[in-house]
Design a binder for this molecule. Structure first.
Ligand code: FEO
Length: 393
């Protein structure tokens, strides 16, 4: 529960969650996370920017107590998901005069999730400003990062942007700022991959709006703050761009070694042709790392045996994940083995059908792969190499 002053009268009052290892019962958190909340003491009004996960309620309240906060006029809810909004009810009980400031859509969702009442809210329009006396909050609508109600809050006089989830990272660290850039870059990329990537095109537009602001600090609600905002802005601009790398994500699983032999052959054939590979064995891979690899690779290849007429369920899950995350990959391929038939390739293609990708010719071996199958994998590697050269021109 470290309490830290960011600028005069602007305090970090959030909580670090060192031990959490899973988010939304889905997303691995190898480095823990934090729920950043901020208190702004204006000359007339005081505002709390977001709250924390309900599991950290006591830490938030303790920080407010240590700052001798007698009143909160506004609780800004940039985003309604409970890791930021979950303590709004308890803050409202302690500071009953406070109003929850959010978008109209935010009001609707917060009403549903937290059972708040109409009287609790002060909704704002896109671009609207709210005076705290000597400080001014400006609200910028930024829907779909990653829920429909999201907005960003800009503190004009201090040039601080509070974007909630956007630019965040699941990283528990004692560093208030992103000073260890390599560590933060990877955590922020993983976060982008898991949370923001499906909304890539919308986020492009939000970044353009943000670039019009004068910024000293970007203060997201997960992970460290950015005292040099261009670091994270440039990283995001690259991730949301249409540019891809000369890399293939190979997600593979095998039952009796046939598909494994094919995956290994393809991996070698690609490396020999100068194509980078990121390899994930699907019985033990971290899905967050797989998501991160999909951020900028040009191609995804799924390697799976045929199980009850379709792909192995783990491969199906990987395909579903890729489809849901909507990465900017350009090409997709399926390789694998079968014994007596099935619709494995059709099933994978079906799941990936919402991706705008060119499907490469599948390579299927009946039983253990033989010379002709390995030759087909060499041809596939050659085709991938050629296609990458075309898109990377
Ligand atoms: Fe960190 Fe979408 O909540």
């Amino acid at each position: 529960m470290p309490l830290r002053e960011i600028k005069p009268d602007i305090f970090y009052v959030g909580a670090i969650d060192w031990d959490r290892r899973l988010f939304d019962s889905l997303i691995p958190l190898p480095e823990g996370t934090s729920y950043n909340a901020y208190l702004i003491k204006g000359s007339e009004k005081w505002a709390l920017i977001d709250t924390v996960d309900p599991s950290k309620e006591e830490e938030l309240l303790w920080n407010l107590e240590r700052l001798k906060v007698q009143k909160i006029d506004y609780i800004v809810a940039n985003h309604a998901e409970q890791d930021h909004s979950g303590c709004i009810p308890v803050v409202l009980r302690r500071y009953p005069m406070a109003k929850v400031v959010c978008t109209p859509k935010g009001k609707e969702i917060l009403t549903d999730l937290l059972l708040l009442k109409d009287k609790d809210f002060h909704t704002v329009e896109d671009g609207e400003e709210l005076s705290l006396g000597n400080k001014t909050l400006q609200f910028i609508y930024a829907p779909w990062v990653h829920w429909p109600e999201t907005m960003l809050t800009y503190l004009k006089e201090d040039k601080i942007l509070f974007p909630c989830d956007l630019f965040g990272s699941h990283l528990a660290t004692s560093n208030l700022y992103a000073t260890k850039r390599d560590e933060v870059y990877l955590s922020a990329k993983r976060y982008y991959a898991e949370i923001m990537m499906p909304f890539r095109n919308l986020i492009k537009g939000h970044i353009e709006k943000i670039k019009e602001l004068e910024l000293d600090i970007i203060a997201p609600s997960h992970g460290p703050l950015y005292a040099e905002p261009e670091f994270i802005l440039q990283a995001y601009e690259e991730w949301v761009s249409d540019r891809v790398k000369n890399e293939v994500v190979i997600a593979h699983i095998s039952m009796h070694g046939s598909t494994e032999a094919m995956a290994k052959h393809l991996i070698s054939a690609l490396i020999e042709r100068g194509v980078g590979v990121k390899v994930f064995e699907l019985t033990k891979s971290d899905i967050g790392a797989l998501a991160m690899a999909l951020v900028d690779s040009a191609t995804l290849v799924l390697a799976t045996p045929t199980v009850i007429g379709g792909p192995h369920p783990n491969a199906l899950y990987a395909a579903y994940l890729a489809s849901a995350l909507r990465p900017k990959i350009k090409f997709a391929g399926v390789i694998g083995s079968y014994s007596w038939g099935g619709k494995m390739v059709d099933r994978v293609k079906e799941v990936l059908s919402n991706l705008k990708v060119e499907f490469l010719p599948p390579v299927l071996a009946k039983g253990y792969p033989e010379e002709g199958d390995f030759k087909a994998l060499d041809d596939l590697a050659e085709e991938i190499s050629r296609k990458h050269k075309e898109v990377l021109k």
